[in-house]
Design a protein around this ligand. Structure first.
Ligand SMILES: C[S@@+](CC[C@H](N)C(=O)[O-])C[C@H]1O[C@@H](n2cnc3c(N)ncnc32)[C@H](O)[C@@H]1O
Length: 333
């Protein structure tokens, strides 16, 4: 879809490639075809580890954090969160050479129409919006007016910092709050927070004095940066990693987890199931997984295949809390 719009935009002149210089591509996903752009001039920024690694495997230059400019052009691949989208545009503008072009491309479902209207209200010389494949692409010369859209870390209370676009950026997730309240007073040994986000569950686990260490494993680079700002406990270690392939240095005694249940807009139980499999692999033989999940998610069968003991704890109509212990080694499943 993005590839079709990029090719069409070049063919119709809505977008023109600069003759030389690096091209900043913000937020491309693993399935985005960027072949309309000169591959060796692309610097892609992608902080979600699985997407980052997939783009890297295609031979692109990919970094998880915004690099220094100047760039000759920027392509912004719109995320869903409006603040994050505006922040990306401001970040692009701040890194472009004078008069260089910002190209914005996004799906209608990600709010590209509203953003087009907003940019047109602030910036002269915005191109027509090229509409194709349920999305739109438009271009405009970098304008300092958009610097106001820059995003800053936000304090949301209790010493937690978040950034637009991270999971549950405005307040703790209700499911995580439920699990935090249900954790036992005594927790000891080595723990892992699988999909740690900005550190809410980790903070709860680290409030137990006998916890020896806690690995925060998180694929979203921004979320992990927030967690590092919020959690200064020396027992915490931070891993920017894909939880489904992460291997701890030593197996953990327990894991806390509120697994992701979406890929983009779609509910995706497969990711949650991959998290459960990964958790079972990471635990010592009598290890415990403390899990919260939306009640409708189909994790029962997987849990009973992976763990000898699966116990439901009091939850709510929306969330199910589970204590799953004694992982079954793969050879016995
Ligand atoms: C439901 S949120 C829970 C976050 C945090 N534990 C909390 O309670 O607020 C799931 C988290 O998993 C992260 N995530 C998604 N896919 C991942 C993956 N493959 N590896 C590691 N983390 C992932 C998301 O970025 C998100 O922060």
């Amino acid at each position: 879809m993005r590839a079709t719009r990029l090719t069409l935009a070049l063919d119709t002149g809505v977008m023109q490639l600069p003759a030389t210089g690096r091209i900043l591509v913000l937020g491309p996903g693993r399935s985005d075809d960027l072949s309309a752009l000169p591959q060796d001039r692309i610097v892609a920024v992608q902080g979600f580890r699985p997407d980052h690694d997939a783009l890297l495997a295609r031979g692109l230059t990919v970094v998880p954090e915004l690099p220094d400019g100047p760039f000759a052009m920027a392509l912004v691949c719109l995320p869903r969160a409006r603040d994050a989208a505006r922040g990306m545009i401001a970040a692009a503008v701040a890194r472009l050479a004078d008069g260089a072009t910002v190209v914005v491309d996004g799906q209608k479902t990600d709010g590209v129409d509203a953003l087009y209207r907003e940019v047109r209200a602030l910036v002269p010389q915005v191109s027509e919006a090229l509409a194709k494949a349920h999305g739109k692409l438009f271009a405009f010369p970098a304008s300092a007016v958009l610097a106001d859209w820059a995003v800053l870390p936000r304090q949301i209370g209790d010493g937690f910092t978040t950034l637009p676009g991270v999971f549950s950026a405005n307040r703790p997730d209700a499911g995580s709050a439920l699990l935090a309240a249900a954790l036992p007073a005594q927790m000891k040994g080595r723990g892992i927070d699988l999909g740690a986000g900005w550190g809410y569950l980790s903070r709860a686990a680290l409030s137990r004095a006998d916890v020896a260490s806690l690995d925060l494993v998180e694929a979203d680079h921004d979320a992990l940066t927030c967690a590092k700002a919020s959690i200064t406990d020396p027992r915490a270690a931070f891993y920017w990693a894909d939880a489904t392939t992460y291997r701890p240095a030593r197996p953990a005694h327990w894991i806390v987890c509120n697994p992701p249940f979406h890929v983009g807009r779609d509910a995706d139980p497969a990711t949650g199931i991959a998290f459960l499999n990964a958790a079972a692999r990471m635990l010592v033989p009598d290890g415990v997984l403390w899990l919260v999940a939306n009640r409708h998610l189909p994790y029962d069968r997987t849990l009973s295949l992976l763990f000898r003991e699966v116990q439901d704890l009091p939850g709510t109509a929306a969330f199910r809390l589970t204590r799953a212990s004694r992982p079954i080694p793969p050879i016995r499943r």
